[in-house]
Design a protein around this ligand. Structure first.
Ligand SMILES: *[C@@H]1O[C@H](CO)[C@@H](O)[C@H](O)[C@H]1NC(C)=O
Ligand SMILES: *[C@@H]1O[C@H](CO)[C@@H](O)[C@H](O)[C@H]1NC(C)=O
Ligand SMILES: *[C@@H]1O[C@H](CO)[C@@H](O)[C@H](O)[C@H]1NC(C)=O
Length: 408
C-alpha cells in the first residue's frame, strides 16, 4: 500500500513536471495551453522513439497520429458544399459558400494549411472548420490545397504543387465552373502555409500573365526566414508552447532534407556568420535593429557570429534562397505585391518575421495591415472549438475573416 502511494506520488509529480511550462500570464487561457502543449510534446516524444527504434520517420509517425485523430470526411451542409477533387494532379478540398442574392459571382480564397511543411492536412477538422467558416461568412469559394509533405517531398516541391493547383484554378473556365469573380481572389495560409502563400504571391507578381490575378494576400503567423534564429521574438519565445525555437529549426532542416546535426549550430546563427560572405548582404535585409520598433527590440542584442560554421550553407544553400525565405526578396519583387494582411502573435518565435515583412512591404509601397495579438500563441487561429477552444483563437479568426470581408 505504502509503496504504491509512493509510486503514485512520483507519477503525479512526473506528470506535473512534464505538463508544467512557465507561461507569461498575458497568454490566452494558460492552463489549457499547457495541456495542449504537453499533449503535442508527448506525441512528438513518442514519435522520436519510433524513429529511434527504426520503425518510421518521426514526422511520418507524428502526421499519422494527427491525421488519424483529426481526419474529417468532406461533408456538405445546407450552407456550404464541400468536395474533394484534384487540380492538375494536386488534391484540393473545395468549400463553396452560397452566393449573396445580389452578387451571382463569389469571392474566393486559396488556402494553404500550416504544419512545418510536414504535418496536418486540408482534411483535418481544424482546417476544415476554418475553411467552412470562411466559405459561409464570406459567401465565398475556399480552395484548401492538400500539397505533399516532408518526408515524401522536400523544398521546392511543396511550392511547385501549390503553384500548379493555383494556376489551374485561375483558368477562366474553372473560375466560371465555381462561379468565382476573377477580380476577387485572394491567397492565404498559416505558419509554413503562410510561407508558401508568400512565395506564391512573389512568384505571381513577377509573371506578366498572373500579375493582377491575386487581389489580396493574408498571412497568418507566417514563417519567412531561416537566416536569423535570434530575432527578439526567437529570443523571447525560445521555449514557447507549440513551437519552441529548436522545433522550428528542425522543421527547416527537414524541409531541405538537411543534416539534423546542424540544428544546434543554426540556433546560434553559426550558419550566417561573418565568414559566409553570401549571407552578409541578405542579412542586412532582415536587420531587425532597424526594421523593428524599440517597443519590440527592447534590450535584445543581435547575434552575429564571427567564425561560425561555413559548412552549413555549403551543404544547405537553400537556406539563403528567397523561395524559402521570402523576407529577403529584392525590393523590386516586393513593390508589385497585392494588398496584404499579416497576423502576428506575441508569444510566437515567428512574430518578428511577420513584423519585419510588414515593414519591408510598407517601405516598398504596399498597403499592409499588421494585426497583432498580445495574448496570441503560435497556431492559435485554428483552436476555436471545444475542447481546444481558446479565446484568442476565436478573436484571431474573426479578425482575419473581417479583414477579408472588407478587402477582398
Ligand atoms: C543594422 O542596422 C543598424 C542600424 O541602422 C546598423 O548600425 C547596422 O550596421 C546594420 N547591420 C547590418 C548587418 O546591416
Ligand atoms: C559555432 O561556431 C563556433 C566557431 O566556429 C564554434 O566554436 C561553436 O562551437 C559553434 N556552436 C555550435 C553550437 O555549434
Ligand atoms: C470553450 O467551450 C466551452 C464549452 O462550450 C465553454 O464553456 C468555455 O467557456 C470555452 N472556453 C473559451 C476559452 O472560449
Amino acid at each position: 500500500m505504502r509503496s504504491s502511494c509512493v509510486v503514485l506520488t512520483a507519477l503525479v509529480a512526473l506528470a506535473a513536471y512534464y505538463i508544467y511550462i512557465p507561461l507569461p500570464s498575458s497568454v490566452s487561457d494558460p492552463w489549457k495551453l499547457m495541456l495542449l502543449d504537453a499533449t503535442f510534446r508527448s506525441a512528438e516524444h513518442v514519435c522520436e522513439l519510433i524513429q529511434y527504434l527504426g520503425l518510421s520517420h518521426q514526422l511520418l509517425a507524428l502526421n499519422f497520429i494527427i491525421t488519424s485523430v483529426g481526419q474529417k470526411n468532406a461533408w456538405s451542409s445546407a450552407r456550404v458544399k464541400v468536395t474533394d477533387t484534384d487540380f492538375d494532379g494536386v488534391e484540393v478540398r473545395v468549400f463553396e459558400g452560397s452566393p449573396k442574392p445580389e452578387e451571382p459571382l463569389k469571392r474566393s480564397v486559396l488556402y494553404i494549411h500550416g504544419g512545418g511543411w510536414a504535418l496536418a492536412s486540408a482534411k483535418i477538422r481544424y482546417y476544415d472548420d476554418l475553411c467552412t467558416a470562411m466559405a459561409e461568412e464570406l459567401n465565398a469559394v475556399i480552395v484548401s490545397i492538400e500539397y505533399s509533405l516532408v518526408p515524401k517531398v522536400h523544398f521546392p516541391e511543396q511550392i511547385h504543387e501549390v503553384v500548379r493547383a493555383t494556376k489551374y484554378f485561375l483558368q477562366p473556365e474553372v473560375l466560371q465552373k465555381y462561379s468565382v469573380d476573377p477580380g476577387r481572389i485572394g491567397i492565404s495560409g498559416d505558419s509554413a502555409g503562410g510561407n508558401l502563400a508568400t512565395v506564391l504571391a512573389q512568384q505571381f507578381s513577377q509573371d506578366a500573365n498572373l500579375k493582377n490575378k491575386i487581389k489580396v494576400q493574408a498571412l497568418i503567423y507566417p514563417v519567412l526566414q531561416a537566416l536569423d534564429f535570434n530575432t527578439p521574438s526567437y529570443q523571447q519565445n525560445v521555449n514557447a508552447p507549440v513551437l519552441p525555437r529548436s522545433v522550428m529549426v528542425q522543421y527547416w532542416v527537414h524541409y531541405f532534407k538537411g543534416n539534423s546535426d546542424f540544428v544546434q549550430a543554426m540556433i546560434v546563427n553559426n550558419h550566417t556568420s561573418l565568414v559566409v560572405v553570401e549571407a552578409t548582404a541578405l542579412r542586412a535585409r532582415l536587420n531587425w535593429t532597424s526594421l523593428l520598433p524599440a517597443s519590440i527590440t527592447k534590450n535584445y542584442k543581435p547575434v552575429v557570429q564571427t567564425t561560425g560554421d561555413a559548412r552549413i550553407i555549403r551543404e544547405i544553400p537553400q537556406l539563403l534562397d528567397a523561395r524559402s525565405a521570402p523576407l529577403i526578396a529584392d525590393q523590386d519583387v516586393l513593390q508589385h505585391l497585392p494588398k496584404t494582411y499579416i497576423l502576428t502573435c506575441e508569444h510566437d518565435v515567428l512574430r518578428d518575421d511577420g513584423i519585419m515583412y510588414a515593414k519591408r512591404l510598407e517601405s516598398a509601397g504596399v498597403e499592409v495591415t499588421l494585426d497583432h495579438f498580445a495574448d496570441g500563441f503560435h497556431g492559435c487561429m485554428i483552436f476555436t472549438s471545444w475542447p481546444t477552444n481558446f479565446s484568442v483563437g476565436i478573436r484571431t479568426r474573426n479578425s482575419y475573416i473581417k479583414w477579408l470581408d472588407q478587402n477582398l
